[in-house]
Design a protein around this ligand. Structure first.
Ligand SMILES: [Ca+2]
Ligand SMILES: [Ca+2]
Length: 399
């Protein structure tokens, strides 16, 4: 109201002093139509101070395709988790979540079942039988995080009770950059893993970890510059290690995807990839990355399979408005008997049907930023839900 009074007072003052010289800030004083100019402005000001409600804006057209598919039930108990997974135990399905300094097991309702402490941020969280007793294990890789910068990377294998007494630790090399990138089974028998971990700022060390005589031993296979992910792929009955790179050997070179060892056979990709996940005879990759991610990067999801001795690439989706995913999982989340790829790490979690025939629609599973998304039958009814970590943690259910 004081502003209205000031405006009215000002207008009144202008009317009473038409002959007053133009203000000094007006450069062309000789031609400055001081009064008409001000008078022209005045009605606008008065109109704006009326009590009338502002004209209603037409609703903005909904151009986004980010329509939630299914129901994302909020799971506030997953707050601060950066990695999530699921494990079937004798007591039922359990949700596994990891954050900086902690690893927790929940039932489907969010009740805390068990907790283990650990040092550092959660880089990697996987569930498979690493030790060969026929029971799934929880494998967690930890590295530096806010408040834990000066630490060594670690890889720990827990049983589902999360007890330290039964946990196994795989020693990782001392490094300048404590960050575990990925862990994958290296063969069909347990106690044999591939582990990718940063060795220095840009170099990644590929390790083979073997469990023998009650302990884990690691051997370095090779070093790879800026690897983003690895996958363990079975081709013709033999398991091979595939590595994805976001950059090439020089600062300006594009990344690539190739089989480690032998002739380093390349898989087709668009400028390398940030994430990989194994499928039958190949991988799904998150490619399209570019260091100028604001303008040149594309968030692609691409199926690359070996067929008749050659690599065949099929684009599954290009997600609008995103620059690339770094977490991929596989599962048939809609029950149509076709596997879906679930991607996270850049905006909401999305799912796309894996079809070798055509691009498929992108389906949004969450709101907010999804740091991780893991398909798992949380309630044990035979259909998959998706556990989502991030700014709006949730359990996605299909409708
Ligand atoms: Ca499906
Ligand atoms: Ca279910």
């Amino acid at each position: 109201m004081s502003r209205l009074l000031a405006v009215v007072a000002c207008i009144g003052a202008l009317c009473s002093c038409e002959t007053r010289p133009a203000p000094v800030e007006n450069r062309d004083t000789s031609r400055a139509p001081v009064t008409p100019q001000r008078a022209k402005k005045a009605p606008e000001v008065i109109k704006a101070t009326r009590a009338d409600p502002p004209p209603k804006k037409a609703p903005a057209p909904r151009v986004t395709t980010e329509t939630l598919t299914g129901v994302a039930t909020p799971a506030p108990w997953l707050k601060d988790a950066s990695r999530v997974a699921g494990i079937n135990t004798k007591a039922g399905p359990r949700i596994v979540a990891a954050g900086t300094g902690w690893l927790r097991l929940f039932d489907g309702s969010g009740k805390l079942i068990a907790e283990a402490k650990g040092i550092g941020g959660a880089n990697v969280l996987e569930v498979f039988d690493a030790t060969g007793d026929g029971v799934d294990d929880i494998i967690i890789g930890r590295g530096m995080a806010r408040g834990a910068l000066d630490i060594q990377p670690s890889l720990t294998i827990y049983q589902a009770d999360l007890s330290d007494a039964t946990a196994q630790t795989i020693s990782l090399p001392t490094t300048q950059r404590a960050q575990v990138i990925a862990v994958e089974p290296a063969s069909d028998k347990a106690g044999d893993l591939w582990v990718a971990t940063f060795d220095s700022k840009y170099m990644v060390s590929m390790q083979r970890a073997l469990f023998k005589d009650g302990k884990w031993n690691t051997t370095e296979i090779t070093k790879v510059r800026v690897a983003g992910d690895i996958a363990s792929v079975t081709l013709g009955g033999k398991r091979v290690l595939v590595v994805a790179r976001m950059y090439g050997d020089t600062a300006d070179a594009d990344g690539d995807v190739y089989i480690v060892g032998g002739t380093q056979q390349k898989l087709p990709s668009t400028r390398g990839a940030r994430a990989l996940v194994s499928v039958e005879n190949g991988v799904v990759m998150a490619d399209g990355w570019h260091k100028q991610y604001g303008t040149k990067a594309e968030a692609l999801l691409t199926l690359v399979r070996k067929e008749g001795g050659r690599w065949v690439s099929t684009r599954l989706a290009k997600v609008p408005g995103r620059h690339g995913y770094n977490r991929l999982r596989i599962g048939d989340i809609d029950g149509d008997k076709q596997q879906d790829v679930i991607a996270a790490g850049n905006g909401p979690a999305v799912a796309v049907t894996i079809s070798a025939n055509a691009e498929a629609p992108v389906r949004y599973l969450s709101l907010g930023e999804a740091a991780d998304a893991y398909p798992f039958d949380v309630d044990g009814d035979g259909s998959l839900e998706v556990i989502i970590a991030g700014s709006k943690p949730a359990i996605w259910h299909r409708r």
